[in-house]
Ligand binder design. Structure first.
Ligand SMILES: Cc1ncc(COP(=O)(O)O)c(C=O)c1O
Length: 443
């Protein structure tokens, strides 16, 4: 343990207490890691544990906190909404209309919009309506992409090497009959997708993907990959779904589709849309969206008790207003570039085999040489080094999730001073792990 290691006695006590009543002491699978954190406060770019240790937070709760924790305007507008129509559960509210209008205005594919509460719901509905419209059963997903916890897509995310190329269920209890309908292709490999289509002619209802594979860090689409998928989907009469639950709003108000210029048929949104409040959406071509049973005559069921609740809507409206009004993306992209360049320089100086990847506010260091085009390449990442490095950072007050291949996020609340402290901590960890640098610092 380094000398500046944190004491976490109170966190440990509370964690033990949590474990008595909650399996594993946490409410979501990836929240259970070592060391066990119990977080008491969150402020802007930082979080504070139950022992009073402060950390610069790059985990951002897996991505929603684009503006930083407890953003005053978002929180104020949520508080105001509490005295309005909170959850009438009948008809619609002006807040719901305003959120749908904003999504419609910004997201290129959003001819029509429906709101729900989580990304998993959004992708579930996207797949169901694709099956309803095409009358087909199969779907194509990509190794390394995550689309939520439901049976059709919970497979082949961070798979062990011997499971790549086979179906790798992400949970016990998944209906094998459902997973049998899922075809898994290699990210950035159009030939693989074409082969899957040819092997199952007229059977594929949808191709679903994260346009940047962020659930394995940051694997960018190669030039032509997204355009190629667009053409394949059109040619084979299936629905192209961009799961922009991470990329939407974080990289651009119009999602990654506004950056890459490829328009999917359906888009799923969540996370950064509401800066930490539960809100998600499915949007897309009117011709598809009009199948939902929210419209009389629709044939595809869509419901949710909390859909369109005022808390999520007020948070989404406030977040989108701020993204429209302030140079948020400019700030995120500038800090992202600075941090990535600094990390690359430090790793080179210490002679560490590393590839710093990212896009905009998302970044991470893989401990391997590039290039990185698909999950198979990431099997070369040195997982032990990855975890030791992140645990070392945690002990120095920098929180990047100590779980293999997980990305980190910068928020609007991060400043150049946070980046400076992060680079210093990184250098200190590498010194501890590798000794003196092998090259002099550039002056
Ligand atoms: C790309 C993507 N899609 C869908 C989901 C599921 O979202 P939720 O956790 O809100 O159900 C996630 C969650 O991490 C995600 O990263």
């Amino acid at each position: 343990m380094p000398s500046n290691s944190k004491l976490r006695t109170e966190s440990h006590r509370l964690y033990e207490k949590a474990c008595e009543v909650m399996p594993g002491g946490v409410n979501s699978a990836h929240r259970n890691f070592v060391p066990h954190l119990v977080i008491r406060e969150t402020h802007g770019a930082t979080i504070v544990d139950a022992d009073g240790n402060e950390y610069i937070d790059y985990q951002a709760a897996f991505g929603p906190l684009i503006l930083g924790h407890n953003h005053p305007e978002v929180n104020r507008r949520v508080a105001e909404a509490l005295s309005g129509a909170l959850l009438p559960g009948a008809g619609t509210t002006e807040l719901e209309i305003a959120v749908a209008e904003k999504i419609h205005r910004h997201i290129p594919s959003a001819e029509k919009v429906l709101l729900c509460s989580t990304g998993s719901e959004a992708t579930y509905h996207a797949l169901r309506v694709s099956r309803a419209v095409t009358g087909r059963k199969r779907i194509i997903k990509f190794q390394g992409c995550y689309h939520g916890f439901h049976d059709s897509v919970l497979c082949n995310i961070i798979s062990p090497a011997d499971k790549v190329g086979k179906i790798d269920p992400g949970s016990a209890g998944i209906l094998p009959e459902t997973l049998d309908q899922t075809l898994v292709c290699r990210f950035n490999d159009l030939d693989d997708v074409e082969r899957a289509m040819q092997a199952h002619p007229g059977e594929v209802a949808a191709i679903i993907l994260e346009p940047i594979a962020h659930n394995i860090g940051c694997v960018l689409p190669k030039l032509g990959f997204l355009e190629g998928l667009r053409q394949i989907a059109t040619r084979h009469g299936c629905v192209l779904i961009f799961d922009e639950v991470i990329t939407g709003f974080r990289h651009h108000l119009g999602g990654y589709q506004a950056i890459c210029g490829v328009t999917p048929d359906l888009t799923t949104l969540g996370k950064a849309i509401a800066n930490g409040f539960p809100m998600a959406a499915i949007c897309g071509k009117a011709q598809l969206m009009d199948h939902f049973k929210t419209r009389s005559g629709g044939d595809t069921f869509f419901a949710g008790t909390f859909n369109g609740n005022a808390v999520g809507c007020a948070a989404a409206l406030a977040t989108m207003d701020i993204l429209e009004r302030e140079p948020v993306h400019q700030h995120l992209f500038r800090l992202g570039e600075r941090l990535r360049a600094g990390l690359q320089e430090i790793h080179q100086r210490f002679g560490v085999r590393a590839t710093v990847e990212g896009f905009g506010s998302v970044f991470l260091t893989y401990f391997m040489d590039g290039p990185i085009e698909s999950y198979t390449d990431l099997l070369r990442n040195d997982e032990a080094h990855f975890l030791e490095y992140r645990r070392g950072l945690l002990e120095r007050g920098i929180f990047k999730l100590p779980v293999n291949l997980k990305r980190s996020h910068i928020s609007y609340a991060h400043t150049d001073a946070h980046i400076d402290r992060t680079l210093e901590a990184c250098e200190d960890v590498l010194k501890q792990m590798h000794g003196a640098p092998v090259r002099a610092a550039k002056t």
